[in-house]
Design a protein around this ligand. Structure first.
Ligand SMILES: CC(C)(COP(=O)(O)OP(=O)(O)OC[C@H]1O[C@@H](n2cnc3c(N)ncnc32)[C@H](O)[C@@H]1OP(=O)(O)O)[C@@H](O)C(=O)NCCC(=O)NCCS
Length: 133
């Protein structure tokens, strides 16, 4: 399998409805909840890519481009963006869909970096053992 094919297979999409337990006092998606969703969906994509134990080591700039109102549907899409020796970066986008309108728009985007750890909790190669051609 090529690197690009493995990245395609690992792409992860998670949809959720923005119910009140996710919102702030503006009645829009709370930024901290959005970041938790992004961390989790990017973690799933990274894990599916390398099938190793991962920890989040950093998040790059997260852009909140559009407020997401309560009662919307959101879709978080995570895709491996680059692969290092022991780390990999995952791009995450959150799309906003209004329930009773067609179409969707990009609302939030960011990048998360994960490091693969061995049994001794030290970084290990993310690609070791993968049959990438
Ligand atoms: C992840 C951890 C083991 C890395 O330790 P470390 O001593 O920095 O490891 P290294 O210096 O060998 O770096 C390992 C890789 O991480 C990358 N890295 C380290 N810090 C980074 C940062 N702040 N941002 C982006 N990449 C980083 C390095 O570039 C290296 O990548 P590469 O091998 O692909 O080139 C350590 O920082 C840690 O345990 N952090 C806590 C993780 C955690 O608790 N997360 C929250 C819960 S999941």
């Amino acid at each position: 399998m090529t690197l690009e094919e493995r990245i395609d297979l690992a792409e992860t999409r998670v949809c959720t409805t923005v119910f009140p337990f996710l919102t702030n006092h503006h009645d829009t998606l709370f930024g901290g909840k959005a970041m938790a969703i992004m961390d989790e969906v990017s973690f799933m994509a990274a894990t599916r890519f390398c099938r190793k134990r991962l920890v989040t080591v950093s998040s790059d700039k997260i852009n909140f481009e559009k407020a997401i109102p309560s009662g919307s549907i959101i879709e978080a899409i995570a895709r491996v963006d680059s692969v290092g020796r022991t780390s990999l970066k995952v791009k995450v986008e959150i799309y906003l869909e209004h329930m009773y309108e067609e179409g969707r728009e990009l609302a939030i985007q960011g990048m998360f970096t994960f490091v693969a750890l061995g049994d001794d909790k030290k970084p290990i190669s993310v690609t070791e053992g993968l049959n990438i051609i």
